[in-house]
Design a protein around this ligand. Structure first.
Ligand code: ZN
Length: 83
């Protein structure tokens, strides 16, 4: 049998205040409800013996910079439907 009670607990959660585009350095817009405009977020953990041996890189790219990036690709992104 469990006898239950209650206690007041203070919770601290981590929130993201700002996001900056790694390419242009501009702040990614956040609306009045606290939602950021869409952006590309990349997290890459490089393998052992790669050029970045076991490093983890986090990169955020705004929509304007992403547009420039894809316009400069020799092979364009696949715009297929995600299943
Ligand atoms: Zn940018």
């Amino acid at each position: 049998m469990k006898v239950r009670g209650s206690r007041k607990v203070e919770i601290q959660e981590k929130i993201i205040h700002d996001i900056f585009c790694n390419v242009c350095g501009k702040k990614i817009h956040k609306n009045k409800d606290g939602y950021f405009d869409d952006f590309l977020s990349i997290e890459k953990r490089w393998g052992y013996h790669s050029e970045f041996d076991n490093e983890t890189h986090f990169i955020d790219i705004c929509q304007a910079c992403y547009k420039v990036l894809i316009n400069n690709l020799k092979i364009k992104p696949d715009y297929g439907i995600v299943e």
